[in-house]
Design a protein around this ligand. Structure first.
Ligand code: ADP
Ligand code: MG
Length: 750
């Protein structure tokens, strides 16, 4: 680190309590920081290890289990992980002993059930391995019972009314489909046991349980489909996922001086600097050394945890980056993405970087998404969305493609609901992110193939269609080369998988995967049933193709190859009858609708009461986030912006008086400048007063749904009004009076 006398600890001392000089000091600190080194794993000869030599060293993987427990038991665990075959208590005892020996030998003192309540974050409650044996001697102990289940009480997690506090029992249950891992901090290791969180009566209280249920629903319908298509040797199917995680980094000395970043995760004020992203020099640009060393340390930690990081690069906006893994089974990918976010945050601290996952941390600059790449793999390792080299593989490809398009067609509104959040509202529909209207992009070639398929009448194949049938063998060549990318589509086919691009950067990927799996399971179920009804268990290629054709035809309105950002598309989508749910409160309602709840219930993913409870949780969460933002904004403006403006007016008044004395009159320009500042100041006071009154009016609101609509409408508008004036004032106020780090500092100093 370069020598500098400035440190965060003497920051306050040297600033004499003057907030704007705190900003100057923070800028100096941030500018002086250099990249920070970190310890690399080394082998016995002290040479750095290759990633392949230490990958997964902190996970209790199947390979490790093979060395410690019988292979028949490992096989059972693998079966659980792929097809959800139930496990018995004996196996838990065996695994508990093996994992305890391993964890303790690595230095772990505690274990925890690591789970994902409906807060979007993860939760953990640590217990020590330390215990007494029957003779009162101190020992390390861990039983199968402790591995399987824990009762964290957990009455403070959101349940949407499914658990009243007097019977607040919630259980965490070992999810053996995701590997246990050792979470490392500076001072020790804790064994984390991926777990589900359910109520006393068995209802899901977390993000993970519905995901596993959706995987099981999809597994069943996919296998049925494959058996009907003649692939009778397939034993199971699993959804695969690869989430590309976008984020911003900001020096933490600067970030700490922004109450909005600290409390709301996004800037509620701040004028765009003259240079934003218009030079387009950040995307894939060379990575600043401070950021690169942070990324490398993150990757190293993630490799140890078995997270297969693959890609790192700068994103479009200044100080915006991306990390993407190699795809995995969706349940593991969901856990791993949570781990990625946690590791980025914690390693960021070591590098004095605040990592921002908010979907829109800076107005006027690109926000952050999480493109969730998704497909389905079968037990033979085939990708259902990989166009094959022969007609039979292509029939399979087209069947699953048609089912996915149908899923978005039938449940587009539900998928919009799945990605709804207070933060994502700023992204969806803005001129940088997919619109709030769900549509599917297939690429020109594939679109043409499907259009050709539906030429002519359904029923028996015409000569022309027979030709196309043979043509199908050529789909792969074209599709694989298809580099055609539509960045404006919320759901795009990218060669051998779909990319769900509308997911927000801060969200857990579990809900979007859950609802996507559910939608596809539903359309497969409908298609399978129809095929069986027409053709029994052994349909002919022609019968299958006919069904594909009909499905493609009936779902055409959801396919859109054009610019999703354009106003023409909004008009076109409206004429096609596609829902455009602009705000989170309007999108969330879909979860409370009968159509959605019936489907989720029928597929065994969420019971009706569970779905309604989840709806309540999401609405409350939206309201809480907006209320925090409003309160923070009022406080920042009242305690930081207004005092700065008042100082400015005092200075300007004194300057105007001096000029008047010197010149014998007040020059018009000077008088106008003072008037402009005073008028904006007066407007800021009024608008902040209106926002404050609005905030007070919400405290009497007991109807969360009505409150959500009020916050999304009037609340957002009042916040925007305050911001607009404050941002104008930022340009009029003496820079040395402005205490909040400015956009140019947050976005350019690293
Ligand atoms: P992009 O060009 O869209 O930025 P990236 O290479 O950054 O693509 O990310 C693509 C992601 O898609 C990776 O995480 C990759 O592992 C994942 N992926 C590839 N194939 C599949 C698949 N069959 N199922 C799910 N995800 C996949
Ligand atoms: Mg990428």
């Amino acid at each position: 680190m370069a020598s500098t006398s400035l440190t965060t600890s003497n920051l306050t001392a040297s600033s004499n309590g003057n907030r704007s000089s705190e900003r100057t000091h923070a800028v100096a600190i941030a500018s002086a920081r250099r990249s920070r080194g970190f310890q690399r794993p080394t082998g016995s000869d002290n040479a750095p290890l290759k990633v392949s030599e230490y990958f997964g060293c902190n996970t209790f993987s199947f390979d490790l289990m093979e060395k410690k427990i019988k292979s028949s038991e490992v096989a059972r665990l693998k079966e659980y992980a792929t097809s959800g075959e139930p496990l018995n208590r004996e196996i838990a005892d065996v695994v508990a002993q093996a994992v305890r020996e391993w964890a303790v030998s690595k230095g772990a003192t505690h274990y925890c059930h690591w789970f994902q309540p409906q807060t979007g974050a993860t939760a953990e409650k640590h217990d020590s391995f330390f215990s007494f044996d029957s003779k009162g001697c101190a020992i390390e102990k861990f039983t199968g019972k402790e591995l399987i289940q824990s009762e964290p009480d957990a009455s403070s997690f959101p349940s949407g009314g499914r658990r009243s506090t007097f019977e607040a029992r919630g259980y965490t249950v070992w999810d053996a489909s995701s590997p246990m891992f050792l979470m490392q901090t500076e001072h020790g290791l804790t064994l984390c046991i991926p777990s589900l969180f359910i109520s006393y009566s068995g209802e899901s209280l977390d993000q993970k349980t519905p995901l596993l249920k959706s995987l099981s629903a999809l597994n069943r319908r996919s296998c049925e489909a494959l058996h009907l298509l003649g692939h009778t040797d397939v034993k199971y199917c699993v959804a695969t996922a690869g989430p590309e995680q976008e984020y911003f980094v900001v020096d933490d000395a600067l970030g700490a001086l922004r109450p909005d970043l600290v409390l709301a995760g996004r800037t509620l004020l701040g004028r765009n600097p003259p240079r934003g992203q218009q030079l387009e020099d950040h995307y894939f640009g060379s990575i600043k050394s401070r950021v690169l060393s942070f990324m490398m340390e993150c990757e190293q930690e993630l490799y140890k945890l078995g997270v297969p990081c693959k890609t790192r690069h700068n994103e479009v906006a200044p100080n915006q980056c991306e990390i993407a893994p190699i795809f995995e089974f969706a349940n593991v990918a969901a856990d791993h993405n949570q781990i990625v976010m946690e590791v980025l945050k914690s390693v960021g601290k070591r590098h004095h970087l605040s990592v921002l996952f908010h979907e829109k941390p800076f107005a006027g600059i690109n926000g952050s998404g999480k493109h969730v790449n998704w497909s389905i793999a079968d037990s033979n390792g085939h990708n259902m969305l990989e166009p094959g080299d022969n007609p039979s593989d292509n029939i399979r490809f087209l069947y699953f493609l048609a089912a996915t398009v149908k899923a978005i067609h039938d449940h587009g509104a539900m998928l919009r609901m799945a990605i709804a959040s207070a933060g994502n509202d700023f992204r969806l529909g803005a001129n940088e992110a997919p619109p709030a209207i769900m549509s599917v992009f297939l690429g020109e070639t594939l679109d043409e193939v499907l259009n050709k398929l539906t030429d002519g009448k359904s029923g028996t194949l015409t000569e022309r269609q027979r030709e196309i049938n043979l043509d199908l063998a050529r789909v792969p060549v074209i599709a694989r080369d298809n580099t055609d990318r539509n960045r404006t589509s919320p759901f795009a086919f990218t060669g051998n998988k779909f990319e769900f691009r509308a997911v927000g950067a801060s969200a857990s990927i579990s809900p979007s995967l859950t609802f996507l799996n559910a939608a596809v399971a539903d359309s497969l179920e409908i298609m399978n049933a129809e095929l069986r009804r027409r053709a029994g268990e052994r349909p002919s290629i022609e019968q299958i193709l006919t069904l594909i054709q009909e499905t493609v035809k009936a779902t055409k309105k959801i396919r859109f190859e054009g610019n999703g950002y354009s106003t023409e598309w909004h008009r076109e989508a409206e004429s096609r009858g596609l829902p455009n749910l602009r705000t989170t409160p309007s999108a969330l309602k879909v979860l409370n609708e009968k159509h959605t709840q019936d489907m989720l219930d029928r597929l065994g993913i969420l019971g009706k009461e569970e779905a309604s409870a989840r709806y309540n949780v999401f609405v409350e969460r939206y309201n809480k986030i907006r209320l925090i933002e409003i309160e923070t904004l009022v406080e920042m403006v009242s305690t930081q912006v207004m005092p700065a403006v008042e100082g400015q007016i005092t200075q300007q008044t004194a300057a105007a008086e001096s000029c008047t004395r010197a010149l014998g009159k007040t020059p018009k320009g000077i008088a106008d400048r003072l008037t402009a500042t005073a008028e904006l100041y007066s407007s800021l006071v009024d608008r902040t007063g209106q926002l404050q009154s609005f905030l007070e009016s919400t405290s009497s609101s007991h109807d969360e749904e009505k409150l959500a609509a009020k916050l999304a409408g009037e609340g957002m508008e009042l916040m925007e009004n305050v911001r607009k004036v404050s941002d104008e004032l930022e340009l009029l106020v003496d820079d040395s009076l402005w205490s909040l780090p400015k956009y140019r500092e947050l976005l350019y100093i690293l």
